[in-house]
Design a protein around this ligand. Structure first.
Ligand SMILES: *Cc1c(COP(=O)(O)O)cnc(C)c1O
Length: 386
């Protein structure tokens, strides 16, 4: 029963500084977060626009809960697809400039469902090595052959496409990379896809809300339409501050997913109140440009200060600002030091990121103040001195 000695395996994780624990949050998400009764400056969430605790979003949630109750009662294809789900889908299609959109319960499920609905054994998938775990798992589930290229190495992708004998090819990449904050070259990806008769899928979980004139993400920023990028996926639990995910594209794509995406079909629909809350956060996202402008200015303030301290930043223009420290030990002790000073930052270790690139993942939100950013920089300076 040695294989089942879970306690010994857990001990091994602890020795490698890989043991994960949860912090118990005692209040709403925001620039401050309460953990075990103590308030911290929060630089670790994905609530980039600060909408997770917005009073209008909360009011919409409460109103819909009193009209629809809480549970959706069933899957979408039985009797769980409410008028709030339907209206949000129409608004997301309009927002992203696509024919239609389909809401999934989580981003993880959307990726698993989309990929396995569209490709199968004998087909080929091409993915960036830094893609989100759900994209990798979706590819595995599909049974298609998975080829991975080094991060943003589109010359290598081109080679792989040329070498592939499969006649059904699907290229998949994160739009904004979740742990690095940098962006995929979506323009070149779109032309490679066209050249090689491949479909292109962009997971813009960290771009939607944050990038583009109305917050529709990386594809809006680069003016790429449904023809050029036929499969757009994004989540609702990050920039939009609620929960769930969606896929946007042609009518035929969405109908195919309704027929074939098992993570859409065989699961209970999200509560209608989440959809109602998201409709309001989507409208705030589109109307309140100041949130994106504020983010741009906080990002540049942080980067400027961090460069002066000589911190090892990555080439990210987004609110995801990693500081590479290079070992699990260094990341764990730096995060603990910062927590002791009242700051929460993500401690990202191997195997989430490659060995020697272990990092703090600092994220900015439109609801942070400049002085909060300055205090974080002082704390980082202190950490380097101490
Ligand atoms: C967070 C994330 C997901 C998963 O979305 P959830 O709604 O949290 O399940 C998928 N892709 C990327 C790139 C993400 O960052």
């Amino acid at each position: 029963m040695k294989r089942w000695n879970l306690a010994a395996q857990l001990d091994a994780l602890k020795r490698q500084q890989l043991y994960r624990t949860r912090q118990i949050v005692g209040g709403p998400q925001g620039p401050q977060l309460v953990i075990d009764g103590t308030s911290f400056d929060n630089f670790s969430s994905n609530d980039y626009l600060g909408l997770a605790n917005h009073p209008e979003v909360i009011a919409a949630f409460q109103k819909a809960a009193s009209e629809y109750g809480v549970g959706s009662g069933s899957a979408h294809l039985i009797c769980g697809h409410s008028s709030e789900h339907h209206a949000l889908e129409e608004e997301l299609a309009e927002f992203t400039g696509r024919e239609r959109a389909l809401v999934f319960s989580t981003g993880y499920m959307a990726n698993m469902g989309v990929i396995s609905a569209l490709v199968t054994k004998g087909d080929a998938i091409f993915q960036d090595k830094l893609n989100h775990a759900s994209l990798i798992d979706g590819a595995r589930l599909s049974g298609a052959e998975l080829k991975r290229y080094s991060h943003n190495d589109l010359d290598r992708l081109q080679q792989l496409l040329q070498q592939s004998s499969s006649d059904k090819k699907l290229i998949i990449t994160d739009g904004v990379f979740s742990m690095d904050g940098d962006e995929a070259d979506v323009k070149r990806l779109a032309s490679l896809a066209a050249e090689h008769d491949a479909a292109l899928m962009i997971d813009d979980a960290h771009g939607v809300g944050v990038l583009g004139g109305t917050g529709a993400g990386l594809l809006e920023q680069h003016g790429l339409n449904q023809q050029q990028v036929p499969i757009l996926m994004a989540t609702l639990g990050k920039g939009l501050g609620t929960a769930g995910a969606f896929v946007a594209g042609s009518d035929a794509l969405i109908e195919t997913l309704i027929q074939r995406a098992r993570t859409y079909i065989f699961t209970t629909a999200m509560p209608p109140a989440i959809m109602a809350a998201t409709r309001v956060s989507l409208s705030l996202c589109q109307q309140e440009d100041w949130r994106r402008e504020k983010l741009v200015s906080l990002v540049s303030r942080f980067r400027h200060g961090a460069q002066q301290l000589g911190l090892n930043l990555m080439s990210s223009k987004t609110p995801i600002q990693p500081v590479v420290l290079g070992s699990n030990q260094a990341v764990v002790s730096m995060a603990a030091y910062l927590k002791d000073k009242g700051f929460l930052v993500g401690a990202i270790r191997h195997p989430t990121v490659a060995k020697s690139s272990e990092r703090l993942r600092i994220t900015l939100s439109a609801t942070h103040t400049e002085s909060q950013v300055d205090s974080l920089l002082s704390a980082l300076e202190g950490a380097m001195r101490d």
